[in-house]
Design a protein around this ligand. Structure first.
Ligand SMILES: [Zn+2]
Length: 464
């Protein structure tokens, strides 16, 4: 009997769609969980033999993915039959004796590949059901298949006293000191390792390897917030000021990407002199990618630190519900509907990426959950043009990027701080509505493994 692997970690932070509505906002995190899911990310250096085994594993996973996809497509094309995840899981065990080479790493990583097929199909059907026209799931190239997953703690084990990670079919790899400390902390908080993900990344002419270990039942560290248990803070996220707080603080992420841009354009200049595809050209490309990654990492660190400080101070954190993806996607438009003012919007997009607004929200949710805080997202409409003092709403209230002056009562404030106060006010309304409803706890849907019903599947029929 198959049990649902505990490993899928997407239910850690409830998404916007699942978050219940109270008043003008949605409750993302209620901070009532005592036990949490947490991940530890670490780098490791396999030996040459271990690396060869890991590359073989990725190849086997890719082969399984493509075979799983092929089977579903064929079944539908030939007999209008749909195949579910369970059916495919059961077939893996039948490989014994036939394809012992792909079973060298155990069954888990192959199952995870099939799960990825299933997820691709689920996403495809979901978008079909919404009336969109998604592309049919595609075969993957082994050159780009970079991740293997274990959804259960079988076939691998971390040994913290020895500082090693043992993977079936690969061997025992040494872990860096920092990684062992990180894992020990999570285990010390009662964490039970459940999932493993191994990812390769190009580094020069070879590979660098990362592992991500998912823990469940990690104890939350709940401390009373410094500003009082029910202290609410509103945070306005923007491009000029990354985070403006209703308590008057203006926080801006240092321009890490802008700092890296000189280095990047210098690398690109040097690349222009090289033959496309040559070793030197490739090496320069990797350096460019590395510079981007470093800048993104620094923005991420900043966002995490900001979230830690917010969660330490306040009991309730209120954000506005920005549709970042829409903001970024809208710039170029489509061929049929080209965007206007593309250059200016692209400049904005670069700044948006720089400002790492999405990372701020992500880390606020993570740190709020860990510290036992509530987090709300509220409708952002009119927050920047409504007067926080008298409630008068007019576009001309906002005199310039920074200045807000109310046309009705003359109230003057920094525009972003005014917006943050409006967001905090909506947060108060959310809290009141939530209390009126009896302070219900967030419920997380239990993940289920179901056989999909064989119904008409428009997308496949079209692709066939
Ligand atoms: Zn006013």
């Amino acid at each position: 009997m198959l049990s649902y692997p505990l490993g899928t970690m997407r239910d850690v932070i409830s998404s916007r769609e699942q978050a219940p509505r109270h008043g003008p906002g949605h409750l993302l995190v209620d901070g009532t969980d005592d036990r949490l899911h947490r991940k530890a990310k670490l780098a490791f250096n396999p030996t040459a033999a271990q690396e060869a085994a890991l590359l073989g594993l990725l190849y086997a996973c890719c082969e399984t993915y493509n075979a799983g996809l092929q089977e579903r497509r064929d079944a539908w094309r030939r007999s209008r039959r749909s195949i579910g995840l369970l059916d495919q899981f059961n077939q893996i065990t039948q490989l014994r004796g036939l394809r012992d080479d792909v079973l060298a790493w155990g069954i888990q990583p192959l199952r995870s590949s099939l799960r990825r097929v299933d997820e691709a199909y689920s996403a495809f059907y979901r978008r079909c059901a919404k009336g969109q026209s998604p592309g049919h799931p595609r075969f993957k190239s082994a050159l780009r298949f970079d991740t293997a997953c274990w959804d259960e703690s079988k076939g691998w084990a971390a040994d913290l006293s020895a500082g090693t990670l043992r993977i079936q079919g690969v061997g025992t790899v040494r872990l860096p000191q920092g990684a062992v400390r990180q894992l020990s902390r999570l285990v010390g908080r009662g964490g039970v390792p459940v999932t493993l993900t191994v990812t390769r990344r190009r580094a020069g002419t070879g590979w660098s390897w990362r592992a991500c270990i998912g823990f469940k039942a990690v104890e939350a560290i709940k401390t009373p917030p410094a500003a009082g248990p029910d202290a609410i803070v509103g945070a306005d996220r923007g491009v000029a000021v990354t985070v403006a707080l209703s308590d008057g603080a203006l926080l801006s992420v240092p321009p890490f990407l802008a700092e890296a841009r000189d280095e990047i354009s210098e690398l690109l200049r040097r690349r222009d002199g090289k033959t496309v595809g040559s070793r030197a050209w490739q090496a320069l490309n990797h350096q460019v990618a590395k510079a981007y990654r470093r800048a993104a990492q620094r923005s991420d660190n900043w966002a995490r630190q900001t979230a830690v400080e917010l969660a330490a101070r306040y009991g309730v954190i209120v954000l506005e519900d920005l549709k970042l993806k829409n903001m970024i996607r809208s710039a170029r438009g489509t061929a049929a509907n080209p965007g206007t003012n593309v250059a200016a919007k692209q400049a904005l997009n670069r700044k948006l990426a720089d400002a790492a607004l999405g990372r701020v929200r992500h880390w606020i949710c993570v740190k709020a959950e860990e510290a036992g805080r509530r987090t709300w997202v509220v409708n952002p409409a009119d927050t920047s043009r409504t007067c926080a003092a008298c409630g008068h709403c007019a576009p001309w209230n906002r005199r310039s990027r920074d200045l807000f002056r109310c046309a009705a009562c003359g109230h003057e404030h920094h525009a972003d701080l005014n917006a943050a106060q409006n967001i905090a006010a909506r947060g108060h309304a959310c809290e009141a509505a939530w209390r009126a409803a009896g302070s219900p706890r967030l419920t997380r849907p239990e993940p289920k493994l179901r056989r999909r019903k064989a119904t008409t599947e428009p997308g496949i029929a079209r692709a066939a």
